[in-house]
Design a protein around this ligand. Sequence first.
Ligand code: G
Ligand code: G
Ligand code: MN
Ligand code: NA
Length: 255
Amino acid sequence: MRLTNDLRGALKGGQLALYFQPIVHLRTGRIHKAEALIRWTHPQRGMVSPLEFIPLAESSGLIMEIGSWVLRESVQWVRRWRREHHPEFQVSVNQSPLEFQRDDGSYQAWLGELQALDLPGQSVVVEITEGLLLDANSAVSNKLLQLRDAGIQVALDDFGTGYSSLSYLKKFDIDYLKIDRSFTRNLAPDSSDMALSDAIIVMAHKLGLRVIAEGVETAEQRDLLAAAGCDYGQGYLFARPMPAEQFDALLKAQA
Ligand code: G
Ligand code: G
Ligand code: MN
Ligand code: NA
């Protein structure tokens, strides 16, 4: 397919960029983390959404190369932000199920890169989705153990949207739950989404997990989440995803 071919060229031709969106510690209002989100500027079509090209990357196998690129870029930036902004700064990267499960050695290479930069595994959070854990095979379990050994943390993205089985939360070592933005959107006192968010936060904390609310767009949503004990917020209220240099300037301005 045409777009798949273009994607191959994009990787080589520098058309991919990594954007970063702040993840804010709600109690202090400080930026402790950033989610890395890939962007593709196609020479003719302009911005192509990852929702469109990640599936093509998966079916063509390009996803592994793209994933390696995302990780390599991320660690360069997190190194800087740990040095200049916050010693425990973390960058979180998304991995599709296929990408997470496949073992082509690129992940080992990437661990080597972390070590070469003298960065602890805790510099990185890997975001996966619930579905992956629901039908977890040995590749998934092994990968989670490998991450754990390297100190890399794991976040469950889009939490609450996928499957209602919660048993995997005790089976696997997870560090963060990301409350999906479909819950945040209609947050209001005494709403059912408030009740669900409250329950997720209490449960997560009892299990020793931290909670990140996605899609925070208003001060009211932020305040309700903070009052419920939510640890972190992410969303347009704080900032949209932005180019790395711009994110760097944002951190400097905040310091
Ligand atoms: O910011 P945005 O609309 O672009 O993100 C759309 C989707 O693309 C999200 O579900 C996000 O998890 C996914 N995504 C963004 N960057 C990456 C990436 O580097 N790798 C993978 N696998 N998915 C990504
Ligand atoms: O699937 P995942 O959670 O990785 O993707 C995050 C997606 O949410 C990205 O597409 C990102 O651009 C988008 N996003 C981030 N903050 C907000 C927000 O406040 N509102 C909305 N509608 N989308 C957001
Ligand atoms: Mn995500
Ligand atoms: Na999400």
